[in-house]
Write a new protein. Structure first.
Length: 168
């Protein structure tokens, strides 16, 4: 069961001694989850299924949480719902290690936070938008065009590339 001070450290010693095919599910739910210095999720929820295999323990889970992102067009902060899944093998010995290189520690306590962080970061969009039709900021005065129109032209006709528009 999870430790209150280390909520993503799970003692799996009891699963190691079970028969091949045994699995155990552990639900996780936190109002706030800190996964490293740069990733904090609100309303974190998920469950971990840990199964015993001849090679090691298979850890599977599906998770979700809310992160605050900044829109790349208008710089407005907005909540974004992350959803992700993971499947990893914690091998019993070095000859059973998979690509991820995870070995089951002698203490039989696995720390899920680094894995959760890695998989969550992969789900964050590269260019987050608070809305697909975000108008962005005025290139002349910086006004948020979603709030009001400042009256400036948003087209740069002085650009040497403006001639290329005629080709389209």
């Amino acid at each position: 069961m999870p430790n209150p001070r280390k909520p993503f450290r799970i003692n799996v010693g009891f699963i190691v001694h079970e028969e091949v095919g045994y699995s155990h599910e552990i639900p996780l739910e936190f109002e706030k989850a800190v996964l490293g210095e740069d990733l904090e999720l609100a309303h974190f929820a998920g469950s971990v299924q840990i199964g015993r295999t001849p090679q090691g323990l298979v850890v599977q889970g599906s998770f979700e949480g809310e992160i605050m992102l900044e829109c790349v067009r208008c710089l407005r902060k907005f909540p974004y719902q992350l959803k992700w899944e993971l499947t990893e093998l914690y091998a019993f010995n070095k000859k059973s290690v998979s690509e991820s290189g995870l070995l089951l520690p002698e203490s039989a306590q696995i720390e899920l936070a680094p894995l959760l962080r890695e998989y969550a970061l992969l789900e964050i969009p590269i260019n987050p938008l608070h809305s697909p039709d975000c108008k962005g900021l005025c290139i002349e005065c910086g006004q948020d065009l979603n709030v009001r129109d400042c009256g400036h032209s948003q087209h740069d006709e002085d650009s040497p590339f403006s001639v290329l528009k005629n080709l389209l």
